[in-house]
Design a protein around this ligand. Structure first.
Ligand code: ISE
Length: 336
């Protein structure tokens, strides 16, 4: 029997997930959706043959819903995830697990009380073939000890009302999780630098920003975040080790020849660049939910990423290096 899934939030990413679950993920079907925009939810429900609930909690409590995907605004991630845990329903919660570390700890506390992992967090880059190559290069020893990582994360344009700290909490949080996962160690400090602002960044948005992350071993990670680069969506990562280097290869999107220029097409946004990673992330969660054993990015990973992002925001605010305030990892979260 397919896993029957309820999806909370039918905005851009929620709608993409519903269509992915319906058309690209084996062993799953969308049973129900909810959104505060009832008309949008009803339209999507009709498209995929699901029902539209009138509240998120009705969806969570629906006995016909066996697992829940949360793609609602991050301000309600923690409360909805805790409600799913109380119903013992496996959850895939879009990043961030919650905007603040205390909210993430509340989710962890609820999950630890059940004694079992019920939460996977939507850090889909772990399922990207390129990031998998980097992880294999480390695990296989071909780069030796990782000393540095250089990351670039460029969006074509920032959404309206994007704030300076959101470059860190909404975007760089991906590099924070990738760094923890690739290096298999915690990040202990963050320093954020604000270079000359792009004239195309709205209002007082500090864009671009440069972030320096320090790991327990002393390895350092640099992240350039630029959310108004204009030319497209461009994510890069190079690891520099004691024996060699490894880097993401740009996914082949075919060549473009125009006005005397021949070059490689650039993705317009993350939906295209990480389309396969999103499918593999959902497939991993569905397999885990059906098998009664979740793995992948956990509530602790969500908490740690938010704790590091909070340190980044403190550094952005003070202009100084900020230590990461992180509790130790409970045993439930040891292992993949
Ligand atoms: C967005 O919210 C995402 O999660 C994308 O993966 C990221 O690349 C983008 O910068 C964020 O704004």
């Amino acid at each position: 029997m397919d896993l029957s899934i309820g999806v909370i939030g039918t905005g851009e990413i929620g709608t993409d997930h519903v269509r992915r679950l319906t058309g690209h993920v084996a062993g799953a079907r969308v049973q129900a959706v909810f959104d505060v925009d009832a008309e949008r939810a009803a339209k999507l429900a009709a498209e995929v043959g699901a029902m539209a609930h009138t509240s998120a909690y009705d969806l969570i409590d629906d006995p016909a819903v066996e697992a829940v995907l949360i793609a609602a605004p991050s301000s309600v991630h923690a409360e909805l995830t805790v409600a799913c845990i109380a119903s013992r329903k496996p959850v895939l919660c879009e990043k961030p697990l919650a905007p603040t570390a205390p909210e993430c700890l509340r989710v962890m506390e609820a999950e630890l009380a059940t004694g079992t992992r019920l939460v996977q967090v939507g850090f889909m880059r772990r399922y990207d073939e390129g990031y998998g190559h980097l992880r294999r290069a480390i695990d296989g020893g071909s780069v030796g000890d990782v000393l540095l990582a250089h990351c670039v994360h460029r969006n074509a344009q920032s959404p309206p009302l994007f704030k300076s700290e959101m470059l860190l909490t909404d975007s760089v949080i991906h590099e924070i999780d990738s760094a923890r996962w690739l290096l298999s160690e915690e990040l202990v400090a963050a320093t954020v630098f604000v270079p000359r602002k792009s004239p195309l960044a709205a209002g007082d948005l500090s864009d671009p920003q440069l972030v320096l992350l320090e790991a327990t071993s002393g390895a350092m990670v640099t992240v350039e975040i630029f959310v108004n680069c204009q030319y497209g969506y461009d994510v890069r990562c190079e690891l520099v080790g004691s024996m060699g280097a490894a880097s993401l290869e740009l996914p082949s999107m075919g060549a473009v020849t125009t006005r005397g220029i021949r070059g490689q097409a650039v993705p317009s946004d993350w939906k295209g660049r990480f389309a396969q990673a999103y499918r593999d992330e959902l497939q991993h969660w569905v397999h885990g939910s059906r098998g009664g054993h979740l793995s992948g990015p956990s509530s602790f990973d969500g908490y740690a990423a938010t704790a590091v992002a909070e340190a980044c925001v403190r550094s952005l605010t003070t202009g100084k290096r900020a230590a990461v305030d992180l509790s130790s990892r409970p045993g439930l979260y040891d292992g993949p």
